[in-house]
Design a binder for this molecule. Structure first.
Ligand code: BGC
Ligand code: BGC
Length: 461
């Protein structure tokens, strides 16, 4: 019977652009996701985050749902263009997050604030986006503003969510905003995200409660080779996906093999003296998002090359300089995203992190699954596959803990169905359903199940 430590944090997660709506209200400026979703053909169904779950106007109702779920923490993100459009503090936007944080605290729920979940102010993209060093400085200024505003009440700060996606899906494959397909620019973005992270941690520490914990959320890829002969393909993908961020953030240096692998694309001259040290700020806990493992093999040119890495195909590959790597379709079962369900990757990933960074605790800042939910005539959603997915992955977390990993918490992705980026509203990850049209909130079976798990502090059975 898998068990969790006494003080294990149980939570749920969302992100600003995916749930808030109110895209042009109360002084909010446009973000790259407004521009991207308003461009015909880039998001499935022409969906946008203009209304999304209307969380901006339904804050109290959603806070009450969190309270009824009994979670100890809620991970949300702050919309940068809502609070600092054109580099100027926007009081009504800041007020919204004050209400959110206060509403959580009143209900005994710990706020976990993510500063950047992909919605860069459009004017910063117009000035070059993450490809430009200045964006890292602007990010630190925005971090300071948020620290000054809610830093007396927020005890856990996450700088970036999945910089892998921001850099490679935004600037290399182009399936995410801003939709650029420039590999060299994507690697510059990697660096300026790392730098921005470090500068933001410093800016926060200067103003927030000294007891606050600093973190970053990475979508680490658990990379496996088809056979031992594929070890170099595993190494190369691990460097691009994982060590490109872990290296500077936790060790103060880019991996030398990453620089060598990408030498034909960039000379990395955007990394200045002192940058790697600046990126490497002491962290209290590392956030890990996990959905599925990655399977690769060396491609020798003898057959058609498969690039099925589980991400949407874009105009170009997110995998820079990986011409000799093949991404292999993994055995099912699959979620609605086409991602295979394999919780063993989560245990292995947590144990690898424990081995490589023994002093760094982790928390699962996202884990969950999209399935095509069916509403019964009496309004129920019997999403037993989502329950099974969550049960398996929580068991995997407990196994990592019993093998020595220091895992502090788990956040289900997501509290509610929301705007699933380039998939629009066609993919639903919520444990609470958001009814199209009415936006009514309906608890799925998984929400009832999670409430019971949280209350018991353990899995049933
Ligand atoms: C609707 C959107 C709504 C979303 C919420 C969609 O089906 O078209 O307007 O914001 O559901 O999940
Ligand atoms: C992101 C979420 C997203 C989820 C499912 C993560 O990559 O942080 O915003 O909805 O995965 O795709």
């Amino acid at each position: 019977m898998p068990t969790f430590p006494e003080n294990f944090v149980w939570g749920t997660a969302t992100a600003a652009y995916q749930v808030e709506g109110a895209w042009n209200e109360d002084g909010r400026g446009p973000s790259i996701w407004d521009t991207f979703s308003h461009t015909p053909g880039l998001v499935a169904g022409g969906d946008t985050g203009d209304v999304a779950c209307d969380h901006y106007h339904r804050l109290e109702e959603d806070l009450d749902i969190l309270s009824a779920l009994g979670v100890g923490a809620y991970r949300f993100s702050i919309s940068w263009p809502r609070v600092r459009p054109n580099g100027t503090a926007n009081r009504p936007g800041l007020d919204f997050y004050e209400r959110l944080v206060d509403g959580l605290l009143t209900r005994g729920i710990a706020p976990v604030a993510t500063l950047y979940h992909w919605d860069l102010p459009q004017e910063l993209e117009d000035a070059g986006g993450w490809v430009t060093r200045d964006t890292a400085y602007r990010f630190a200024e925005y971090a300071a503003l948020m620290g000054e505003t809610i830093g007396d009440r927020v005890r856990t700060w996450i700088t970036l969510n999945e910089p892998w996606c921001s850099a490679y899906l935004g600037y290399a494959s182009g399936v995410h905003a801003p939709g650029r397909t420039e590999p060299a620019a994507a690697l510059a973005a990697v660096h300026h995200l790392n730098l921005g992270h470090g500068l933001a941690v410093q800016a926060l520490r200067a103003v927030v409660d000294p007891a606050a914990q600093m973190s970053v959320t990475l979508n680490l890829h658990h990379v496996r080779g088809v056979s031992e002969a594929d070890a170099d393909a595993v190494r190369q993908v691990d460097a691009l996906a994982n060590r490109a961020f872990l290296g500077p953030m936790l060790e103060g240096a880019y991996p030398r093999d990453l620089i060598a692998d990408t030498a034909s694309v960039t000379d990395w001259s955007f990394v200045r003296d002192g940058d790697e040290a600046a990126a490497c700020q002491p962290l209290d806990v590392l956030g890990v998002n996990y959905y599925n493992p990655t399977l690769v093999r060396r491609w020798d040119g003898s057959s058609d090359r498969s690039t099925a890495d589980g991400h949407q195909d874009g105009a170009a590959s997110p995998w820079i300089a990986c011409e000799n790597v093949e991404f292999v379709q993994q055995p099912g079962p699959y979620t609605e995203m086409g991602w295979n369900i394999d919780e063993t990757g989560l245990t292995e990933l947590l144990l690898r992190l424990h081995r490589d960074y023994p002093a760094m605790p982790t928390m699962i800042t996202e884990n969950g699954a999209a399935f095509a939910d069916v509403v019964t005539p009496n309004g129920r959603v019997h999403d037993e596959r989502r329950v099974d997915y969550l049960h398996r992955h929580l068991t995997a977390v407990a196994e990592a803990i019993s093998a020595g990993a220091d895992v502090r918490g788990y956040f289900v992705w997501s509290l509610m169905d929301n705007f699933e980026w380039a998939h629009g509203y066609s993919k639903r990850f919520g444990i609470v359903r958001v009814e199209p049209g009415t936006l009514e909130r309906v608890w799925k079976d998984s929400a009832h199940w999670y409430r019971d798990v949280v209350a018991a502090g353990k899995l049933p059975g």
